[in-house]
Structure formats: structure tokens, C-alpha cells
Design a protein around this ligand. Structure first.
Ligand code: SF4
Length: 389
């Protein structure tokens, strides 16, 4: 990628971010490899494509055929080359290749586990919390993640927002003064051209009660070439604007990802990470600790750990809530608070994000609260005297 991190990042930090392998694309000229359009045009879309990158397991091969009408395969060459060729348990591969378990939903799984469609005052705008909305703009993503919560619409072109739907969404935000924060999402809004996204952001930014804009994008992870210097500069015109992304494993923290995040951070755009807790990918404390340290070096704040949603086809990827609590216990106190995100369950049925925490308060008694710290030692906090007056 041209135009890497600015001088000032020491070599020993950069050394932690190796350049991504190129797999079967080793001979592709640099100009094409750096071009996000090339990656979008050459995505792995089927069993034949998978077979050129990995030794496809029998389960993956069957699932690639059987899942055709359920959820598309779509993997950028960049992300595909990160997959281990021989190991179906590779944490990158688990996120990218279909498995037969996806096709046997359990009774408690749902197409729309967060009831996003129910809370839409107008098509494409989910207004659940008092002061913010989710603005769905496209079904397209650089990579179609097997654990996606919006499988019901992601990858399905009929769900893309057309101009009339975008107009209606903007009109809703404009006539709803309590909306001070708009999250532009999908799918992935950065599959749009800069010009198209800029036009949308201009219209949202022109609404006086909108204070904060956010972009939800996984391109720093699955297509870092998408974050060009020009794109970062364009986004920076709409401050205060935040980018939230979705790294799930240290293997995704490549030099290319580092460069993408550096471009955003150098343009003054704060970046947060929303990790999804996934079996076989990141369901152990050491992996999450390492991921969060790498993220901070990329100037990405670990923001959320999401308990995997109850969406259809996710049963093989879900972990217990105990596992999430174990991970949090292993972070809090043992490393900087900067590396400790919120662990949340997005409550099924549209209840919203609910924080889940290990229990640090042992007892509350008149005049004192008894707590334990991360090492388990017990401490007493004496409350202030009640006001006498
Ligand atoms: S990038 Fe996000 S929206 Fe797109 S498939 Fe992955 S999880 Fe779903």
C-alpha cells in the first residue's frame, strides 16, 4: 500500500504487524493489490474459488454448495490469503468459509434476533435508543462474515437502500430532533464510492441537531486497501465522526491493517473496535488480550465484546456467557483499562445492549461497600456521612 504510517512509529512497533501473505495472488502487480476495486472484483465467491486458496475440507465443500441460496460466499483476496491453507480451524477461515452447521438452525435462533426491522419508523432506519439511529445503506460488504447478525439482508441486493429510501431516511432524521447520533451501516458503507458516501454525509451533517456521525465498517480488517488517504481526508471533513470496525483475532492485525488505521487516525478520526466472541476464533483470554494490545498500537480502542447473537446458523460459533466473563476477568486489572472493552449481550428481541460484568461488589452495607479487586483481595469503601440538613 502506498503512503504508510507517518514517521514517528518506531520500528519495534511496526515489527509486530507483518505484511499479509498473498497466497495464490503472489504474482499480482502491486498496483492491483493496492487497489480496493481489484479486490472487490476478484472476490472468492464459490467452491472453485475456495479451492484455489485452501485445501477445502469435506464439510466446507458441502456447505459451499448447500449454502448457495442461504448466504453468499464473498472473500477478498487480501482476507482469503490470511486463511491457513490446511487448517479448517484457522480463526480467519472460520469467519470466512461456510460450514454445514450453519444450515441446521436451532429452535432459539432467529432471522432478526435484535428485532431491528420492528424498530424501523421508515425503511432502513432503526430507531431504538432515544438519541441515535442506525442508518442501513447497503447490503454489500467486502467479506460476508459467516457470523453476521444481518444475514437476513446482507448480501441480498434487493435490500440495498435506493435513492428514495435514503431520502426518506434523511427526512426522518431531519424531522426527529432527539436524534443526535447517526450510525451509517449496512452491510458496509465503505463498499460505496467516496463520492456517494460523501454526498450522504453532507446531507446528514447539514441537519443541525445531528451532533455525531459514525461509520460502521469492517474494511480495515477485510479490505484495508479501501482506506485510502483521500478517503480518510474525505471522512475528516465531517467531524465529529467516529469509525467503528470489527477485528476479531490478532492474525487480522497486519501491516496493511495498521496502515489503514493509521490513515484514519492521522486524519483525526477516532476508531473503536467491536469484537464478536466466537468459538474457535477468540474464545480464550490470551487471544483477546493480544488482540486488544495490537489494536491499541493501531490506535483503535477496544470498545465492545459482543456475545454472539442468536441469529440463524450461528450455533456452532456461540460460546457461553461464562466464557465472556472469564475473558473480562482476565483483562480487568491485569492490563491497562484502555484494553478493556465493555462486554455486552445485545438482548434478543430488541432489548438493546446490556453490559455483563464480573461481580466486583461483594456486599453493600449501611455506610460501606465491600469490593474485591482483580486479584481477589477484599477492600472496604466507607461511604460519605449522609447530609444532615
Ligand atoms: S462486515 Fe459486518 S455487516 Fe458485513 S457481513 Fe461482516 S459482520 Fe455482516
Amino acid at each position: 500500500m502506498e503512503d504508510g504510517p507517518k514517521p514517528g512509529v518506531p520500528d519495534h512497533i511496526l515489527a509486530r504487524f507483518p505484511a499479509a501473505p498473498r497466497g495464490p495472488w503472489a504474482d499480482v502487480p502491486e498496483a492491483q493489490w493496492s487497489d480496493w476495486h481489484w479486490h472487490m472484483q476478484h472476490r472468492v465467491r464459490d467452491l472453485e474459488g475456495l479451492s484455489t486458496v485452501i485445501r477445502v475440507s469435506e464439510d466446507e465443500a458441502r456447505a459451499a454448495i448447500a449454502s448457495k441460496d442461504v448466504f453468499d460466499i464473498g472473500i477478498t483476496p487480501y482476507y482469503a490469503a490470511l486463511m491457513d491453507r490446511d487448517d479448517p480451524g484457522c480463526p480467519v477461515r472460520i469467519q470466512a468459509t461456510p460450514r454445514m452447521a450453519e444450515l441446521t438452525p436451532t429452535p432459539w435462533e432467529m432471522a432478526d434476533p435484535l428485532a431491528e426491522e420492528r424498530d424501523m419508523p421508515v425503511q432502513g432506519v432503526t430507531h431504538r435508543y432515544p438519541d441515535r439511529v442506525l442508518f442501513y445503506v447497503t447490503q454489500n460488504c467486502a467479506m460476508f462474515c459467516r457470523h453476521c447478525t444481518r444475514k437476513r439482508k446482507v448480501a441480498d441486493p434487493s435490500t440495498a437502500a435506493n435513492d428514495a429510501q435514503i431520502d426518506e431516511g434523511i427526512a426522518y432524521v431531519a424531522r426527529t430532533p432527539q436524534v443526535r447520533d447517526v450510525i451509517v451501516s449496512g452491510g458496509d458503507p465503505l463498499t460505496w464510492s467516496d463520492g456517494r458516501l460523501e454526498h450522504l454525509l453532507e446531507r446528514l451533517r447539514a441537519i443541525p441537531h445531528v451532533e455525531i456521525l459514525r461509520i460502521g465498517t469492517r474494511t480495515p480488517v477485510t479490505l484495508p486497501q479501501r482506506i485510502t488517504t483521500e478517503t480518510a481526508r474525505m471522512l475528516a471533513r465531517f467531524q465529529p465522526l467516529f469509525v467503528n470496525t470489527h477485528f476479531n483475532h490478532p492474525k487480522e492485525c497486519t501491516r496493511e491493517a495498521f496502515t489503514a488505521c493509521a490513515r484514519l487516525a492521522d486524519a483525526g478520526i477516532p476508531i473503536g473496535n467491536q469484537m464478536v466472541l466466537l468459538k474457535g476464533v477468540n474464545d480464550d483470554p490470551a487471544t483477546v488480550l493480544r488482540l486488544n494490545h495490537l489494536l491499541l498500537m493501531m490506535r483503535v480502542k477496544p470498545y465492545y465484546i459482543f456475545q454472539c447473537d442468536l441469529n440463524e446458523g450461528n450455533s456452532h460459533l456461540r460460546t457461553s456467557v461464562d466464557k465472556g466473563l472469564e475473558i473480562l476477568e482476565a483483562l480487568r486489572g491485569w492490563t491497562s483499562g484502555m484494553a478493556v472493552p465493555y462486554y455486552v449481550i445485545d438482548a434478543p428481541g430488541g432489548g438493546g445492549k446490556v453490559p455483563v460484568l464480573p461481580q466486583y461488589v461483594i456486599a453493600r452495607e449501611p455506610g460501606r461497600t465491600i469490593v474485591r479487586n482483580f486479584r481477589g483481595t477484599r477492600h472496604v469503601y466507607t461511604e460519605p456521612e449522609p447530609d444532615k440538613g
